[in-house]
Design a protein around this ligand. Structure first.
Ligand code: HEM
Ligand code: HEM
Length: 221
């Protein structure tokens, strides 16, 4: 790589604060979910799982009415867009590339399902999820089985996601982790700088409150 120009050093703001907070809070939440079930602290596991469900619902809302790079329309494309990215290595978005975009859809969809299944699960001893009473014991056991199984699939997807991030770094010299922390990506001086639109943080707070309220209503069914 050539030496950094001033424009590259200045970088381009690509990720807003809500997206960055979402990502690292999600990671901390998943670590806590793993630890709580390993320690048998199922009440805490459930509370954190419900918080993660609210976080994922928030991200889905933010994917529709959030900042430009957070929107699904910005990074989810059809087969032709993905193929063009694979051939030319240039992403139409300054944010997620079209291949990573599908991984994000898979991770968010998987997390939504995982948390949803958790609500109907039981641990065969003392604990049952807040919606387990809505289904028969047999169905709750089946959904628990899927909850356990889906976690393994999710862990595999997450490992692939981290491997892809590391491959970008080691293979292309492109560090994607730093921008997820700072919000800014290095931007080559010879590349046109897109004028990205950022949504107001208050809108993110309102969406988070809406997502949390939806989960609180759901678990009282
Ligand atoms: C140490 C572990 C992890 C690292 C270093 C990491 C790093 C990253 C980076 C760099 C991005 C931005 C990719 C890009 O520039 O397009 C990203 C996005 C994302 N990651 Fe991770 N990640 C980690 C773990 C996870 C886990 C465990 C999950 C969920 C199972 C996850 C879910 C996501 C999602 C949903 C996005 C999209 C962010 C958004 O648009 O809101 N990540 N991650
Ligand atoms: C994305 C959110 C969640 C993740 C990643 C997650 C992850 C896990 C994991 C890793 C296990 C242990 C699997 C194993 O035995 O190998 C587990 C078990 C369990 N989870 Fe979750 N969970 C989530 C949300 C929830 C929620 C919201 C609830 C309930 C409100 C819940 C209830 C349970 C129960 C009852 C078990 C025990 C199953 C058993 O003993 O066989 N989970 N979860």
């Amino acid at each position: 790589m050539t030496a950094k120009t001033g424009a590259e050093r200045g970088g381009l703001r690509v990720w807003d604060l809500p997206v960055r907070l979402f990502h690292w809070t999600l990671l901390a939440g998943l670590a806590a979910l793993y630890a709580t079930q390993a320690l048998g602290k199922m009440d805490l596991h459930a509370r954190i799982g419900e918080a993660v469900l609210a976080l994922v619902l928030f991200r889905l809302l933010w994917g529709v009415i959030g900042s430009q790079t957070a929107r699904f329309t910005d990074f989810v494309g059809g087969g032709r867009t993905v193929l063009a990215y694979l051939r030319q290595g240039r992403s139409p978005s300054a944010g997620h590339n079209p291949l990573g975009g599908w991984m994000i859809v898979a991770l968010l969809g998987g997390l939504l399902l995982q948390a949803g299944l958790g609500l109907f699960s039981n641990d065969d001893i003392l604990f049952e999820g807040p919606l387990a009473h809505l289904v028969s014991d047999g169905t709750s056991s089946l959904l628990t089985h899927w909850h356990v199984l889906l976690f393994k699939i999710l862990a595999g997807l997450a490992a692939l996601h981290v491997a892809a991030v590391l491959a970008h770094w080691l293979g292309k010299g492109e560090n994607l982790i730093l921008p997820m922390l700072t919000g800014h990506k290095p931007w080559p001086a010879d590349r046109p700088r897109p004028a990205l639109a950022f949504a107001p943080p208050l809108r993110a707070l309102a969406m988070l409150a809406l997502a949390a309220a939806a989960v609180l209503l759901l678990i009282r069914l």
